[in-house]
Design a protein around this ligand. Sequence first.
Ligand code: F3S
Length: 640
Amino acid sequence: MGMTITEKIISQAIVDGEMIRGSRIGIRVDQTLTHDLNGVMSYLVLEAIGLKHKKVDLAVQYIDHNMIQADHKNTDDHNFIMDMASKLGIITARSGNGICHHLHLEHFAAPGKVLIGGDSHTVAAGGVGSFSVGVGGFDNAMAIAGEPFYLTMPKIVKVNLDGTLKPFVSAKNIILELLRIVSVKGGVGKVFEYSGDGVKTLNVSERSTITNMGAETGATTSIFPSDEKTRQWLKAFGRVHDYMALDADVDAVYDETIEINLDQLEPLIALPSQPDKVVKVKDIAGKKVDQVMIGSCTNTSVQDLLSVANILKGENVHRNVTLGVYPSTRTVLSEIVKRGAYESILSSGSRIFEPICGACNGCGFAPPTEGVSLRTGPRNFKGRSGTENDQVYLCAPETAAASAIKGVITDPRDMGKSPIEFSMPEKFNVEENLFIMPEENPEQKIRKGPNIKPLPDLSTMSDLSQSEVILKVGDDITTDHICPAGALYLPIRSNIPEMSKHSFRVTDTTFYERVIKIKSSIIVAGENFGQGSSREQAAIIPRYLGVNIIIAKSFARLYLANMVNWGILPLVFKSENDFTAINQGDILVIETTFLHEKMDIEVKNTTNNQMYYCSTPLLQVDLDAIKQGGYVNMLKNKQY
Ligand code: F3S
């Protein structure tokens, strides 16, 4: 029987377990990626375990997220991670050189390699045929230390692309269509593997837009074949030696198939405040717009910005709109300058920022109060922009540019422009100083600012027998709800005691004051708890605040892994009606002494005298880790 692309890569990398759907496997990691926001936690772990030198083949550190530097905090974080990276033999990209995922795609990602990164959009590297997975900072640290990466062997879904995209219907619309079909929960436990004639029509940056935003489906990852388009991309960055052809066998067996006909796609847009609330642009055309942001790791390639410049050329941004553009890397910036697109964008009245994440995670360029902001990024969760009552829509760059000119949501096909003919350059102008090579100095002095606090001390699982339901929330609670983004909060991510004061503030501003008054508490949640960003602070903070158990209808993959690492017990309702029966403030008694993976766990509600049954989505090995306070507790005393 033939193999899928995913199976071909995993079969080469597997070091523990068997490649059977749903079973736990350990795979060898070839590359790691860390950025400034989540990297501090990884380096604190690596410091605690005494790692002297990285053990993974290639590790790269980027500084792209937390860039406002309004005081010493961001700068101290940057110095700490650069010193730690240099000491451990890790390559660093200086701040302002580009967004990690696009820089990695340009310079390091390679077909057939296993990449894990401390950011959920690490999956962007699937655009070159890399098996790339987003993880929390602890898992990333362990991979840098040479440990295998453990995951559940996913189901593999074939996404068959037929036909060719029409003018002004770019790659973003393909992933919006997939989100419309499968929802923000539809990818959990799965890999989306792209196939079909339509694949050949998409270059690597278009493919990467699709795999990048595949993260929003909850999928483990998404991957494209490696073919002539991949070879062209690698050659343009002087890396043709990284090329290998990679595709599924003709008799490969998939768990599911999804068909998308590119000829029939139209410009799409996701309504506030979930990426799967997708409608046709023409169905909401005419809605007034306050702000447009063209940026993020999803959508600011050379092709995207040439297409934007083509629409903006000779036009003025509408008087009631502010437009901000973030090129994804310095190479993209220099290419659009060379081709005259920078000039067209600037003279339309747009702002052009440095190549960073910027507004995508609320680090500047926040929308006005209740403002409608059209963005080309992958996420529109409430408050992520930095404005708590924002109205963020997600769309393709062409829709964003057309709407910026008209001042209302506009189908780009109605602008009367001719589309660009894009072809990938033979060679990009790559500056040599984009990366700093490590000095590999074991005596390297580490600068650690006062805002960087040590990893919290976590207890082993003790008496959880009686706990209060401190918070009850509904479906699709994101890590942005638990640990907010935005320029006010990003600088304190390295300081768990301080950051914890703002936990859940998007949902309930009283949470912190209530939770610190009790020793042990429980959160009750609906479906897909913890979707979105990989930030492990969203697990560390509740645990630090005494939340030892979360009972939900279901959990997002990455959040579940972070819970195990940091010692929060996840339980899943056996009957959905029980979710309705529990109220915030109820006292629950849960017997956790003899936890076992297959057992029904009794939950007694002493407030209303009811009994419920839960199970745990974890294997015994993970439950044993939780009993010891999480993998962090188990491994931090192991010296490397
Ligand atoms: Fe950065 Fe936004 Fe991507 S925060 S990594 S540009 S999703």
